[in-house]
Design a protein around this ligand. Structure first.
Ligand code: ADP
Ligand code: MG
Ligand code: MG
Length: 868
């Protein structure tokens, strides 16, 4: 069995066997690029290492010995030579890049003999002993687990004794003494001599690199980045080159393009007379790569050409490590560079223009999730670097917001009207806070999860929101926020970052999104290769306008209840709910009708002939009712009722379990006149548009059905009212009547329901809630635990659970289509903007997904990728 591969035996396709670093070192070697020669011990060896009690077995040792021989011959150097010793680095490298998570050892092979050889060969005794003492420390730390502080102390003491400040002030003689002391420290702490046999050093180092796959930070990194724990790491053993051999040597890292902006220009830094880690460690301030052009013109040109060559070859932006030894350039690593969303789009578009990629390849290059970063104003990198958060909550809705603290919706509205930027800070928000949320630049709550009211509504508005920030305490009565030992009031400005959940004290700098230019061109290609439609969830003409700017192709969910909360309406709505007889209710409904009709007319006019699905009233009625004494009194007066009577009505409407209660189409069963009023408003608005020449086909959606007969009851009421309108106006138009599938029983009986509807829209928020029996408003409090304990891989309210909830969706699609081949299918839950879910739903065969305006480009990109 083969476990070891020379660099000239591999290539870039062998990532899973050789690791990313090893595969690319092999690829570069075969491209004729100057790479210090070496070999890779495979990930298969790592897997076997863990099976064999974390030990290197004999036949692997033999295999390594053969490759070391080969390396010695190739370099004409030998391990431990006093003339010209072979020195190597031992570098980790997993199939997926995990920068800085695992260990690397440099200058391996140095011992009491080799140090003499290195000194002779380089004609630099000081350099040789400095390398030796570094190696002892690194080996002790990485391979033997001896804290490097034990060595640092020796070095510091030496400097003090000699009265010097910098390491570089120590002479060769000083360093020789340091080496002796280091060996002593090693012996004391390890109980044995520092190994002089390079081969023994090598085996211990390979063992250490394999073991580092399971160090704590690597495990955490894999968890955070969804990387499979079973892959293991490869180990690369590579001849050393020295960037610290004088002023004609150096080392650096560079990207072939700017990873922040995407600009097509070398981006990076280097240090003259330094070794690898020095650039990252910040020992000295590195220089910009551009200045290498003057310092070493030939080397710069060669590096520039190599960078171009690598880009052409990999067809992607490269992140490279290089070392210059005595005027000669060596490449030590290349990989596809990590980049911001802005840069990802720009690089993809530029590479199409350069002929490097075709449009489809470019589309696949950008991660839909990352687009989020482009679509909202964000904190500037400078602001993030220079400030420390005072607390952290959930990154509920991306973007950044800066403003004064406002404690109530009313206050937020009033101060915003005066032109003050405010952030609405509440324990938790409720539908009554809506206007305050509209006015605020951002929302911060101490309780509630990713699908809490604040989070869902904020995402819908494309407004920055940090929810569930348990570290802050909002004392609404006293109008203070307690955080980090401080008391904040309405006179404090805070900044919140909805992309990270971080909360800052003070006014941080923000920057705005740009949707034209490269991004516009990119989205043009996305539209070209996509066939599933992307609509938006929009409740107001304002939302609709925003969504159109982001490219929405219709509205998949227009929630009428949000229109009910406007200040001039809520009073009539409350009258309608509290009315003790049909006449009073009718009176209130008659007042609401023209307002709703006007809303719909405005939305239809804006959307033109794009489809718009309007959902009839959904939430439990008690959500609309007043809590304050004063409001109750005014209402009672106007309704000609006793205060006590009104209070009783309010009490009657209270429910222990409102989400499973009197809501959705159940309201229509009890109060058909409400459904009728809404249907009338929709149809009259559409007729009005037809008069304007806009041929709207209204889509009326009945929420929360669980049974065909129940649905049919409300449907008949709605149809009857529509017929009446047609008769009154003397004009008929086409319209669609559909329902939401959000109760498991509806999915299971989708054949019966499909027979009597024109469309299904999957309300996956409720469907998830009801399938799991998990309250979407409360589950946030313990779902984290499920994720921490790996019971759930993903929050099912964010990423659709394909096994359970998906099964219901697939069942409903299949049964519904069989009963009604013309059935139109869409989704309007939060999942409609989540890339993996969008790809899944494309496979299930939905006609469209609908998501909040700001996620439209994300859903479009995911849909295009699914189609390619
Ligand atoms: P990481 O994955 O943390 O970047 P690397 O294995 O890339 O670890 O190595 C750490 C540093 O050591 C890098 O700066 C690299 O360029 C340098 N280095 C690694 N191998 C050699 C070598 N053979 N000669 C010179 N420098 C090396
Ligand atoms: Mg590296
Ligand atoms: Mg619902």
């Amino acid at each position: 069995e083969k476990y070891v591969y020379n660099f000239n035996e591999g290539d870039k396709s062998m990532r899973s066997l050789l690791g990313g670093k090893g595969a690319n070192l092999a690829e570069m070697t075969n491209m004729g690029i100057n790479v210090p020669y070496g070999f890779t011990v495979s990930t298969e060896a790592c897997a076997r290492f863990y099976k064999e009690d974390k030990k290197i077995w004999d036949s692997l040792k033999d295999e390594i010995t053969r490759h070391i021989k080969d390396l010695e011959e190739h370099n004409k150097k030998t391990f431990g030579s006093t003339e010209d010793p072979l020195l190597v680095s031992v570098r980790s490298g997993a199939p997926v890049s995990m920068p800085g998570m695992m260990d690397t050892i440099l200058n391996l092979g140095l011992n009491d003999d080799a140090v003499i050889g290195l000194s002779k060969k380089t004609n630099n005794e000081r350099f040789a002993y400095d390398s030796y003492r570094r190696f002892i420390q690194m080996f002790a730390d990485v391979a033997m687990g001896i804290d490097k502080n034990n060595f640092e102390k020796v070095l510091t003491a030496k400097k003090r004794a000699n009265g010097v400040k910098e390491d570089t002030d120590l002479t060769a003689e000083d360093l020789k003494e340091v080496v002796e002391e280091y060996k002593l420290v090693y012996k004391t702490l390890k109980g044995e001599d520092f190994p002089q046999d390079p081969r023994e050093q090598l085996d211990a180092s390979i063992t250490a690199v394999f073991a580092s796959w399971n160090n704590e930070r690597a495990i955490l990194y894999r968890k955070l980045n969804d990387i499979d724990d079973s892959m293991g790491t490869a180990v690369n053993v590579q001849s050393m080159v020295f960037g610290n051999m004088g002023d004609n040597s150096g080392t650096g890292v560079a990207f072939s393009r700017n990873p922040a902006t995407g600009e097509n220009k070398l981006f990076g830094e280097y240090l003259i007379n330094a070794q690898g880690e020095d650039v990252v460690a910040g020992v000295r301030t590195p220089k910009e790569i551009a200045t290498l052009k003057e310092a070493m013109p030939d080397v710069y040109q060669e590096f520039y050409d190599t960078s171009e060559k690598l880009e052409q070859h990999y067809k992607d932006m490269q992140d490279m490590e290089f070392t210059i030894q005595d005027g000669k350039l060596y490449l030590l690593q290349t990989r596809n560079g990590k980049r911001t969303a802005q840069a990802a789009v720009k690089v993809a578009v530029d590479m199409v223009h350069e002929g490097l990629l075709d449009e489809k390849e470019a589309i696949l290059r950008v991660n839909p999730k990352d687009l989020d970063g482009i679509l909202h104003p964000t904190l500037s990198q400078k602001a993030i670097d220079e400030n420390t958060p005072i607390a952290k909550g959930l990154a509920a809705s991306p973007g950044a917001a800066v403003g004064y603290i406002a404690f109530t919706a009313k206050e937020a509205k009033e101060r915003a009207a005066k032109g003050v930027d405010v952030i609405l800070v509440r324990e938790e928000t409720s539908p009554e806070d809506l206007e305050g949320m509209v006015s605020a630049t951002g929302i911060l709550t101490a309780r509630g999860g990713m699908t809490s009211h604040a989070a869902v509504v904020a995402r819908g508005m494309g407004k920055c929101c940090v929810s569930g920030a348990h570290d802050i305490e909002v004392i609404e009565d006293e109008r203070v926020v307690l955080v980090d030992g401080k008391e904040l009031t309405d006179e404090n400005i805070i900044s919140i970052d909805g992309s990270t959940g971080n909360i800052y004290l003070g006014e941080l700098e923000t920057q705005n999104p740009k949707l034209e230019g490269d991004f516009g061109e990119f989205m043009g290609w996305v539209d070209k290769y996509r066939d599933m439609k992307v609509r938006t969830n929009a409740d107001t003409p304002n939302d609709a306008k925003q969504a159109l700017e982001f490219g929405a192709e219709g509205i998949g969910l227009c929630r009428t209840e949000h229109m009910f909360f406007k200040a001039d309406r809520i009073f009539q709505v409350r009258k309608m709910i509290l009315a003790h007889n049909k006449e009073t209710r009718k009176e209130a409904l008659d007042k609401i009708l023209p307002m709703q009709e006007d809303d719909f007319y405005k939305i239809y006019s804006l959307m033109g002939e794009r489809p718009v699905t309007v959902r009839l009233l959904d939430p439990p009625l008690h959500e609309f009712l007043p809590r304050g004494q004063e409001e109750i009194r005014t209402l009672a007066e106007d309704l000609n009722m006793e205060i006590a009577q009104v209070k009783k009505r309010i009490l009657d409407l209270e429910e222990v379990n409102p989400m499973l209660g009197f809501r959705g189409l159940r309201l229509g069963v009890r109060y058909p006149e409400i459904s009728r009023m809404q249907a009338r408003a929709i149809i009259q608005a559409a007729l009005h548009c037809h008069e304007d020449g806009i041929k709207v086909i209204p889509e009326i959606m009945i929420p929360l059905s669980s049974d065909a007969k129940e649905l049919s009851y409300v449907k008949e009421e709605v149809k009857d009212e529509i017929e009446k309108v047609f008769e009154e106006k003397g004009k008929k138009i086409d319209y669609l009547l559909g329902t939401m599938i959000e109760i498991p029983r509806a999915a299971i009986t989708a054949d019966e329901i499909g027979e009597i509807t024109d469309f299904f829209s999957f309300g996956t928020n409720d469907l998830t809630q009801m399938t799991f029996g998990l309250s979407r408003d409360d589950a946030g409090k313990f779902l984290d635990l499920y994720l921490d304990k790996d019971i759930f891989a993903k929050d099912p309210f964010q990423v659709l659970d394909q096994k359970g909830v998906g099964f219901l969706v697939e069942t409903a699609v299949e049964k519904g289509k069989k009963a009604n081949p013309n059935l139109h299918l869409g989704i309007c839950g939060e999942h409609g903007g989540e890339p993996t879910t969008v790809k899944y739903l494309y496979g299930v065969g939905l006609d469209y997904v609908s998501c909040s305006p700001f996620r439209v480009p994300i859903a479009k990109l995911a849909a295009a990728q699914a189609a390619i």
